[in-house]
Design a protein around this ligand. Structure first.
Ligand SMILES: *Cc1c(COP(=O)(O)O)cnc(C)c1O
Length: 233
């Protein structure tokens, strides 16, 4: 059963909290359902899970259309690279936060669409390319504070946190310094934006380390849903 996998991940998060003396209620687990069918989301929803992550706007919207009536309290998190021309599709009540905002242009597009659609505030996280990898989205770490300041000028955006995807590794100890750096950057942003409380970091391969270093939103896919088969979509 999927809920057993979910509960096993949750138990590992709770144990990581305990190791470092954190309150486990500070950490939310987001079930990353990308490439997986709506029925699997519904199965977890019926077992009490509310937060799901998707990385493609079209897929998120298709699933939200299918599920919003049967799963009225569902919350989708947009976690993948976002193109400006797709922003308008995310202005819907099932979308609880956009984690992958990494440029002022994208933030301005969200501001514009929110204004048009009468959405008062859109919770967003600033994505940081913490490992400085060519292939990854996110702003440079040295741009983060300036961008966060600029986001705070936009009245329909609420900067609730920072997000990263750490470099892939077999040994999560190698990415611990990146998670630490994220926490330091959050402290710099909190100096002028106290509501920037979230740290969205940690995936199947590294979430316990992320939690030990302060993650508040953990995005786990394959450890809950099994490996993804990209050949089928
Ligand atoms: C796919 C994805 C995840 C989850 O990855 P797993 O390794 O399957 O847990 C987390 N965050 C982002 C941005 C993703 O695209």
């Amino acid at each position: 059963m999927l809920i057993d996998n979910y509960n096993a991940v949750r138990a590992r998060i709770d144990a990581a909290c305990e190791r470092v003396g954190r309150d486990k209620s500070e950490v939310k687990l987001i079930a990353v359902s990308k490439t997986k069918p709506a029925e699997m989301i519904r199965e977890l929803y019926e077992a009490g899970v509310r937060d799901f992550g998707e990385n493609k706007v079209q897929e998120l919207c298709e699933k939200a259309d299918l599920l919003h009536e049967v799963c009225p309290e569902i919350r989708f998190h947009q976690i993948g690279t976002l193109q400006r021309n797709k922003v308008k599709y995310l202005m819907r009540p099932e979308v609880t936060a956009i984690h992958s905002v990494d440029s002022l242009k994208l933030a301005q597009e969200i501001e514009k669409e929110a204004g048009k659609k009468g959405v008062e505030t859109v919770p967003v996280l600033l994505e940081i390319n913490i490992g400085g990898e060519e292939s990854k989205g996110g702003c440079r770490p040295d741009e983060a504070v300036g961008l966060a300041q600029a986001f705070c000028e936009l009245k329909h955006l609420s900067l609730i946190g920072l997000m990263c995807v750490a470099p892939a590794t077999d040994n999560p100890e190698t990415v611990r310094p990146y998670f630490r750096r994220m926490r330091e950057l959050r402290a710099e942003v909190q100096a002028f934006q106290p509501y920037c409380r979230e740290l969205s970091m940690g995936m199947s391969g590294d979430f316990e380390t992320a939690v030990e270093e302060g993650a508040t939103l953990v995005r786990v896919g394959s450890s809950i849903f099994g490996e993804r088969d990209y050949g089928k979509i």
